[in-house]
Design a protein around this ligand. Structure first.
Ligand code: NAD
Length: 349
């Protein structure tokens, strides 16, 4: 697997392989960088086909968290964990507690949160073994699922790309194409709709699109057709890698901004968007609202909507700043965001 080669490529600090035969836990915790603070990142549970696939995912995601925290001014480092297994059939409380014990032994250098395959109730179970966990459900005294805050931040990012491409940040009469109507995407749709936007939506989960059509008069298209919709902003809020060789030439919009992590299949696709004159709101900046909320929870500060939302609104200005820097330097917005994040880490060291 050449683990050390992989770690040295992007200077990862630590990887912990966790095994517990009794509960069936097989997990990997990766810490990319703790320059800015303890590493925070969600627990993702997926039926990875190989250990290598799980390692690749946890490394990529933990590094993404470092950049997300750095650019959004959050005093946390980048980490992530993956649990190998199907969350619908294999997840059990003993497994979550076992993971909690591994996290506890890390002495506070990694703080868990929810991600695909886990939820705020699972975080409450993990808290039975360690205090180093965020997103614990509200009835157990935590700040709960951060998805709505993430979605609010995504709406700020969409406003910023609208401003950059149309001169106005108003949603009124604008057309937003939304891919994915899960925890984040449905709320993004709601924010855009309530601000006056027309919506076209797609999701593999039929009930979600039916609900969006009935509650927000959204036009529904297939999961393939969503790339061809003529609109003001394409907003990816489902899986990663959807901006790729096949889809970039198909997009009929001046801007892309959404909540999905790792939305670019490869770094070169940021340049491909720029070459087509499409303004890209960098994923880890646009979707950093949930992390901003988690930071407040971790440091014991108020997490009520008003306080948090006023902080998350900064995503609007920061996205415009990144777009301005990219234009000035003649680089993609993704490269400009990376540069800003790396600068913050370098000046903190
Ligand atoms: P979710 O699982 O609730 O929603 C994902 C949705 O995408 C589901 O409705 C699913 O049916 C749909 N989907 C899957 N494949 C699809 C496809 N090919 N085409 C269209 N729809 C498809 O997840 P979520 O919490 O809403 O997260 C969405 C994205 O945002 C993920 O990439 C996640 O990593 C990222 N993100 C989430 C948060 C958060 O606070 N939840 C924070 C930052 C980033």
């Amino acid at each position: 697997m050449h683990v050390f080669e992989r770690l040295s490529e992007y200077d990862y600090e630590k990887v912990v392989f966790c095994n517990d035969n009794e509960s069936g836990l097989r997990a990997i915790i990766a810490i990319h960088d703790t320059t800015l603070g303890p590493a925070l990142g969600g627990v993702r549970m997926l039926p990875y086909r190989t250990d290598e696939e799980a390692l690749t995912d946890v490394l990529r995601l933990s590094r993404g968290m470092t950049y997300k925290a750095a650019i959004s001014g959050v005093d946390l480092g980048g980490g992530k964990s993956v649990v190998i297994g199907d969350s619908r059939t294999s997840k059990n409380p003993a497994m979550l507690r076992a993971l909690g014990r591994f996290i506890e032994r890390m002495g506070g250098e990694y703080i868990a949160g929810q991600d695909i395959g886990t939820n705020s109730h699972d975080m409450a179970v993990i808290r039975g073994a360690t205090k180093n966990v965020a997103c614990v459900n509200e009835s157990a005294g935590g700040a709960g699922d951060p998805s709505r805050t993430t979605a609010y931040g995504v709406s700020c990012g969409i406003r910023a790309v609208l401003k950059a491409t149309t001169g106005s940040d108003s949603f009124a009469g604008r057309h937003i194409a939304i891919q994915g109507l899960g925890n984040v995407g449905f709320s993004v749709a709601r924010f855009c709709h309530e601000a006056g936007a027309k919506l076209t939506v797609a999701d593999i989960y039929e009930p979600a699109v039916v609900r969006a059509a009935s509650e927000m008069a959204a036009e529904v298209v297939s999961t393939d057709e969503i790339y061809d919709v003529e609109c003001d902003v394409f907003s990816p809020n489902s899986i990663g890698g959807v901006i790729n060789d096949d889809t970039v030439p198909r997009l009929r919009c001046p801007a892309v901004a959404g909540g999905a992590n790792n939305v670019l299949a490869e770094a070169c696709h940021a340049d491909a968007l720029t070459a087509r004159g499409i303004t890209y709101g960098p994923d880890y900046l646009v979707n950093s609202g949930g992390l901003i909320r988690c930071q407040e929870e971790v440091f014991g500060r108020p997490t009520e909507d008003f306080t948090i939302y006023s902080k998350v609104t900064q995503i609007y200005d920061q996205t415009l700043q990144v777009i301005g820097l990219a234009e000035e330097l003649g680089i993609s917005t993704a490269a400009a965001a990376d540069w800003m994040a790396e600068e913050r880490i370098a000046t903190t060291k």
